[in-house]
Design a binder for this molecule. Sequence first.
Ligand SMILES: Cc1cc2nc3c(=O)[nH]c(=O)nc-3n(C[C@H](O)[C@H](O)[C@H](O)COP(=O)(O)O)c2cc1C
Length: 264
Amino acid sequence: MHPDWQRICDEFMQATSYSPAEMDEGWKDRSYDRDQRPETYLTYPGKPRVALGTPTFPEGPSLWQALGERRSRRNFLDTPMTLNELNVLLWAASGITADAGDYQLRTAPSAGALYPIETYLTVHRVEGLAPGLYHLDVRGWALERLRDGDLAEEATTALLDQGMCRHAGVNLFWTAVLERCRRKYYERAYRYVWWDVGHVCENAWLAATGLGLGMTCMGAWYDDLAHTLLGIDGVEHFSVLTATVGRVQGDSWQEDRRAPPKPE
Ligand SMILES: Cc1cc2nc3c(=O)[nH]c(=O)nc-3n(C[C@H](O)[C@H](O)[C@H](O)COP(=O)(O)O)c2cc1C
């Protein structure tokens, strides 16, 4: 723990607060030219791509049922999920649903429609998808494979050694490219990115519930280890939320929320 954390956090809260006096100033120091905004879409040209295509939406519970049934479920089976299930979940989180001309709108809202959130995932048990580290190309709706091989141990270690992650179908790492939001909102961007990702995550969680998959979001991870795993700098582009998803045993949430035991 940083010895001076309380003061630093108090200053953060103050530095990122809005006040009427500031509004009265007329935001005169805050120029923003939307035409000069940073690129919204991150891609990894040259990396192997897996096209996702339009997901097939299976029959599922109503929205009201899904809201009533959403739980943190951690007791993953080692049985794989399907690529279509992953596609539905990613679409619910970040799929493009409308074209506004020079920008696109998505399933989840975003402050100023700036979409700073990126999605990375370590794939462990998904039918038809080789294990590895992937990044979601939102505009091209494809997964870009950044690393090959089953990274379950590396991902679990980065996720603060939370045992269920070792058994997950996929572990999700949501990140923020700060400048997309900061160029317009300055200091307030350091709040907006966390709010944005909460919406993305809850959409994914409701989709997981609708698909009958287990999911838990995690606020506890080792930031530096995650940044190394993803190959991002951790300052301008940093992790903002993680989640673990997979098939779960049974359908009792009290059972399903238990983490599987650590392997010997
Ligand atoms: C921001 C946030 C961080 C969380 N972090 C973790 C975590 O690191 N590990 C974990 O097992 N559960 C984590 N959870 C899940 C909570 O423990 C869970 O949502 C809470 O116990 C309520 O249970 P429910 O999700 O089943 O309604 C987190 C939830 C949220 C919203």
